[in-house]
Design a protein around this ligand. Structure first.
Ligand code: ZN
Length: 121
């Protein structure tokens, strides 16, 4: 009985010693957080795409009727679109283009500069 109590005390001591260290290890810098967000978005996207395939499969197998399938598919597709927008929006903000001639901000899909008419690649 005494030895069990002793073990419990030492276990408690170990937990109290290492718990703050474990918590410290989990704090991440803002840069890591950005990176993590992107990774988690990509992770969510994969999950949603898998879910979409599962829905399709269930529909083909006759588990889902067409109304349920359309509704669920619409919801998942919407979430996928939102994540796509977030991911591409991030890419676009990194690729801020400027006109080589006048320096005005131009969009990647523009063929000519709206400010001076300089042809863009
Ligand atoms: Zn220009």
């Amino acid at each position: 009985m005494d030895s069990t109590f002793g073990i419990l005390i030492s276990l408690a001591a170990i937990v109290f010693t290492f718990l703050p260290l474990l918590r410290k290890g989990k704090t991440i810098s803002p840069v890591d957080r950005l990176h993590r967000n992107r990774e988690s978005l990509e992770f969510d996207l994969e999950n949603l795409e898998t879910h979409l395939r599962e829905l399709e499969f269930d529909f083909k197998m006759g588990i889902l009727d067409s109304e349920d399938y359309k509704e669920s598919k619409g919801e998942v597709q919407q979430q996928i679109d939102t994540i796509h927008k977030e991911l591409t929006g991030e890419k676009d903000s990194k690729k801020t283009l400027s006109c080589p001639s006048c320096g005005a901000a131009v969009k990647a899909h523009n063929k000519f500069c709206k400010s001076c008419g300089h042809p863009l690649k």
